[in-house]
Design a protein around this ligand. Structure first.
Ligand SMILES: NC(=O)c1ccc[n+]([C@@H]2O[C@H](COP(=O)([O-])OP(=O)(O)OC[C@H]3O[C@@H](n4cnc5c(N)ncnc54)[C@H](OP(=O)(O)O)[C@@H]3O)[C@@H](O)[C@H]2O)c1
Length: 316
């Protein structure tokens, strides 16, 4: 362990960070060791990571000193924020500042910042094709991350900016899977018209991030976009039909309809999908499948992911 480069992983018990911790541990001769950061070392997920061989360290991203201690002695860090835990974009911005400061303080040589586009670069607040949310955002959970990119660069932290994609796991955990209509038919609802949605198995994000750490200094200062596939709603419905053995119809609603669904964050997600629909070439163009495959040779397609996970998708 002493001769290995330690990667401190924020969100280690979660989707992105967990994938990274496991990817590092699956490659014992790779020269890296994971330090899993959690707020609770006694949780089942934290204990599981320790059992797999990860160093587990307790810190909260909102605690500057704890974060500095957690980053100390590491070679690199994976930095991610947790929008859906609080739905406050300003909190994400503040946490990015604390993580960048801790990285600078620890003299880290390579940081990955898990980011997304600041959509206001393409859809300024004055553009009323989609509503402005929380007074100063179009897609709050995207904009706050993109707005924070400069924080890492301004502090001189050697950073790779990782543009992630829609997790296919949202079909399991986020209520976005096909739903049975009144006649018992399954419908998969997305406000994407006939445009392609870059998607990825959440586990593959960490594997791609590991590929970025292995590439090392070459990728510092770069923005790297990752996706497993770019698929239309109709293509996803066809894959779901095959995997579930039941017909799934693509229900292409408008972003206005999606925003009106009323669940917490429906307006944010409605704007997000509208951005992905209206700027398909920009959004897909920023997420190269070849680059993702080169970083992560195990990269899954939607069909591969479904073969392992379709039975976990709730249909009611
Ligand atoms: N869903 C999608 O399709 C998608 C796509 C792209 C990007 N994203 C972004 O992904 C981000 C979330 O990443 P994720 O999905 O990997 O998260 P996740 O699976 O929800 O896990 C987050 C983990 O972070 C830890 N955590 C939460 N608050 C913390 C805090 N204050 N300090 C330290 N650790 C904390 C928790 O671990 P402990 O309880 O062990 O501390 C939790 O297990 C969001 O910002 C979202 O916008 C999501």
């Amino acid at each position: 362990m002493a001769d290995k480069k330690i990667i401190a992983v924020v969100g280690a018990t979660g989707a992105q960070g967990g994938g990274l911790v496991r990817a590092i541990l699956e490659d014992p001769s790779g020269g890296f060791a994971p330090r899993a950061i959690t707020r609770d070392a006694n949780s089942d997920k934290a204990k599981e990571l320790a059992k797999l061989g990860a160093e587990v360290v307790v810190a909260d991203v909102d605690d500057a000193d704890g974060l500095k201690r957690a980053f100390r002695g590491a070679h690199g860090a994976y930095c991610v924020t947790f929008y859906w835990a609080h739905m406050k974009p300003e909190k994400e911005v503040a946490e990015a500042v604390l993580m960048a400061r801790a990285a600078k303080d620890a003299g880290l040589q390579h940081v990955i910042w898990s980011t997304l586009e600041d959509t206001r670069r393409w859809v300024p607040l004055s553009d009323d094709r989609m509503p402005t949310l929380m007074a100063k955002y179009k897609v709050p959970h995207f904009d706050a991350k993109g707005e924070s990119d400069h924080v890492f660069s301004d502090m001189g932290v050697p950073t790779t900016f990782l543009l992630t994609s829609f997790y296919w796991d949202n079909l399991i955990h986020f209520g976005m899977g096909p739903k049975e209509g009144p006649e018992g038919k399954l419908a998969f609802t997305l406000p994407m018209a006939d445009k392609k949605l870059p998607g990825i198995a959440a586990e593959d994000i960490g594997r791609c991030a590991y590929g970025v750490f292995k590439r090392g200094g070459d990728s510092v200062g770069e923005t790297v976009g990752i996706a497993g596939e770019h698929l239309t709603g109709a293509q996803m419905a066809a894959s779901l039909t095959r995997a579930l053995g039941r017909e799934v119809r693509y229900n292409a609603v408008t972003p206005e309809t999606y925003r009106s669904f009323g669940f917490p964050g429906a307006d944010d997600l409605g704007n997000m999908f509208q951005f992905k629909r209206d700027f398909e070439s920009v959004f897909c163009g920023a997420r190269s499948l070849e680059v993702s495959r080169a970083l992560n040779p195990k990269l899954q397609s939607f069909d591969t992911w479904l073969a392992a996970n379709a039975r976990r998708i709730p249909l009611d």
